[in-house]
Design a protein around this ligand. Structure first.
Ligand code: LCS
Length: 395
């Protein structure tokens, strides 16, 4: 039988049947520990000789189900949940890098990921070189014998820069097959793009965003091959970060995933309509949306974002003051960081999500002061556009 559609898989893959009471939805196993029948069973579980749960930092049924579902949607062998996107990223990085190793990272990243890589891991003997991953000459020049990881976001937060995942994987693995190509797939979501199928080794997510989709959870995931995820689970999360997802968060994400396909269809549709509106708006000097033919990354995006271009847009106005006036004049669109929610959210990256960058680093990363980021929500596109239009009339 042909592979089932994304919506069907989001609803049915990884489900664990409740044989005790027959509950349709996965119960919230709100427990810190699990009871052993006897000492032999406890010892066998700790030794990995018997399946079964031990302690929620090491595994939990509700969390297992959401992990298996996300692994299936990303086309990965296994998945490890974390307490946040940053928990997933740091648990992943500590499972790859250590003193004496080098990470090659794109210079345009979510602000806290940039802080982790530029000011965090470097304190512990890890070398990090920031480059432009959309420039393959820079990628080739950065690879060295101690390189263990190439780290990127595509589309990148906040300027939507597109990186060719297949090309990066080919270059990195051609240099050394053990280099882990890690792709943050938060902006695209597995509905639009599956980096593992393009050659990436690991996908990380802030599940706070599209995977949950309702703005009521902080959570993250790491997806990859079973051996690597075992290391992330039993070293990265268990020992290094302790960044454990809660059972209630797992439950809420399971609930969110049931509607993921219909939500993403609407996010993509609204993203395209709003990007086309912004392109015609005289006060906008530049629109960054992978679906626009005018966008430099469009061709690569069309190749690797197979179901749509997502709901994230950034655009530029002439000055920071104009951007602030615009944001302060909106009535429907909400001034808040985060993204991927039902509500349309707008923010100013240079002073908010990317305030961890110095002014020089912002310029280097392609994040100007006049840039505004828009997470197109699930409202009716005409209403979002009307709100933007009245706000633009104020500047
Ligand atoms: N990766 C990306 C691409 C992100 O955008 C974020 C958060 C993270 C990782 C970290 O995830 P968290 O720990 O927050 O779950 N991005 C945010 C943003 O752009 N606005 O607020 C948070």
């Amino acid at each position: 039988m042909a592979e089932k559609g994304f919506g069907t898989r989001a609803i049915h893959e990884g489900n664990i049947r409740d044989t005790q009471f027959g509950a349709l939805t996965m119960p919230i196993y709100q427990t810190s520990t699990f009871v052993f029948d006897d000492c032999a069973q406890g010892a066998a579980r700790f030794a990995g000789k018997e399946d079964g749960f031990i302690y929620t930092r090491l595994g939990n049924p509700t969390i297992k189900m959401v992990q298996d579902k996300v692994a299936a949607l990303e086309g990965g062998e296994a998945c490890q949940a974390a307490a946040s996107g940053m928990g997933a990223i740091s648990s992943c990085i500590w499972s790859i890098a250590g003193a004496g190793k080098k990470i090659v990272a794109d210079k345009t990243l979510y602000g806290c990921t940039f802080a982790l890589l530029s000011a965090g891991v470097t304190q512990y003997g890890v070398e990090v070189e920031f480059i432009d991953c959309s420039n393959m000459d820079e990628v080739k020049a950065a690879l060295t014998d101690n390189t263990c990881c190439v780290y990127l976001e595509t589309p990148a937060n906040p300027n939507m820069k597109i990186t060719d995942i297949a090309k990066i994987a080919e270059i990195a693995h051609g240099y050394n097959k053990d280099i882990k190509v890690v792709c943050d797939n938060t902006f695209a979501s597995p509905y639009c793009q599956q980096p593992l199928s393009l050659g990436a080794d690991v996908v990380v997510h802030s599940a706070t965003k599209y995977l949950n989709g309702h703005g009521d959870v902080i959570a993250g995931f790491v997806v990859g091959d079973a051996e690597f995820i075992q290391r992330v689970a039993m070293f990265g999360v268990k020992d290094m970060t302790g960044s454990v997802m809660g059972p209630f968060e797992a439950f809420l994400i399971l609930r969110g995933l049931k509607t993921m396909e219909v939500r993403m269809m609407r996010h993509c549709e609204n993203g395209m309509k709003i990007a086309q509106y912004l392109e015609k708006q005289p006060k906008v000097t530049k629109v960054n949306y992978p679906g626009l033919e005018s966008f430099p990354g469009h061709e690569v995006a069309a190749k690797q974002m197979t179901r749509g271009f997502g709901g994230m847009i950034s655009f530029e106005v002439a000055t920071k003051a104009e951007g602030e006036k615009l944001c302060n004049s909106l009535k429907l669109c909400t001034l808040a960081v985060s993204l991927g929610d039902a509500e349309t959210l707008i923010e100013h990256p240079a002073s908010m999500t990317h305030s961890t960058y110095s002014p020089e680093e912002l310029a280097e990363a392609g994040i100007p002061e006049g840039m505004i980021r828009l997470s197109c929500g699930l409202e009716n596109a005409d209403d979002i556009i009307a709100d933007l239009d009245q706000a633009f009339a104020q500047i």
